[in-house]
Write a protein that binds this ligand. Sequence first.
Ligand SMILES: *[C@@H]1O[C@H](CO)[C@@H](O)[C@H](O)[C@H]1NC(C)=O
Length: 392
Amino acid sequence: MASIFFLTILTLTLTLTLLTPHLSHAQLTCTTQKFTNNKLYNHCNDLPSLNSYLHWSLNSPKNTLSIAFIAPPPTASGWVSWAINPSGEGMAGAQALLAYKASNGTMVVKTYNISSYTSIVEGKLAFDVKDTRAEYSDGLIKLFATVVLPEKGKTAVNQVWQVGPSVTEEGFPAKHAFLPVNLAAKGRLDLLSGRSTGGSGGGSRTRKRNIHGILNAVSWGILFPVGIIIARYLRAFPSADPAWFYLHAFCQVSGYAVGVAGWATGLKLGSDSKGVTYNTHRDIGIALFSLATVQVFALFLRPNKDHKLRFYWNIYHHGIGYAILVLGVINVFKGLDILSPESKWRASYIIVISTLGGIALLLEVITWIIILKRKSSKSTKPYDNKQQPLAP
Ligand SMILES: *[C@@H]1O[C@H](CO)[C@@H](O)[C@H](O)[C@H]1NC(C)=O
């Protein structure tokens, strides 16, 4: 009981901490930008010059940074470029991604090793670049890429971006202008706080997703399994009757309350990301909510213990209960895949759920020992009809 209270309090505290806005963000333009590809980024920044925007997600376990850089080229045949400079600030040393619309209309993405202002070499960069792609619409080029960060555990990178008027016949980008806005197009991108110097951060979506993750992991991923373990194993002990029932009901009802809150945050996240849906995660979430709602009502429609329908009610209640258990755990992992938080979160959940699994296994063994003992004592005392049947 104490541990359940502890969990509930912990959840509420975490939720309140996360809900309290740490920073009041200025109105961001990038948060309203949508992508046609099936992609959601955790952060976005309105870059401080050249009307450019950066959307990005950091995958810490893989040490990769997925980006979408959006900028208006000065002309329809111009280029836009975004770079990480691992060795300094500004253009010299920059490892650049560059996109433009070729004369035949196709979008081209190239990489340039800019070791100095005079050495701009197309080819490999100091880090791996994957999944490059570009789109052109309404005068904006969107450049997509995933880069493997130069160093593991890096918390900030120097970024540089630029736009230029044209690309030569041979596909070489022409010099950009040297206006103050061009020269100001550089800064630091803080991978921990989500902020970019000069621009403002778009971390509120990440905060909402984290709240959603914590609420659902605690309810569907922990409270429901704990409640099921209580129901299945505690009642093997006659002394735990009827305490097990109240504990079970308390776990499932509080799990349901927290779960509904988590489910609502999921609906909000879903409606905020138009055009991007995580179908499996959403469908499992909807199924979980429906099944759990049926379970809560089942509590009130429960036939009396000796009623002839009670047998069928048990089958139905246990069946749905186990379905919720399995789907809940699957969906926590699906959510972890989508959110891709620091690896410690996944590790913590794996530890919690395997500990619960271990406890269940141990109790399963103990229960069977008790059942077998009762069976053998029954066979030596055939007229002992006080024997309680033990249906798991
Ligand atoms: C980039 O160019 C510099 C100077 O030519 C060279 O030292 C460096 O190795 C190049 N980097 C890559 C990844 O080729």
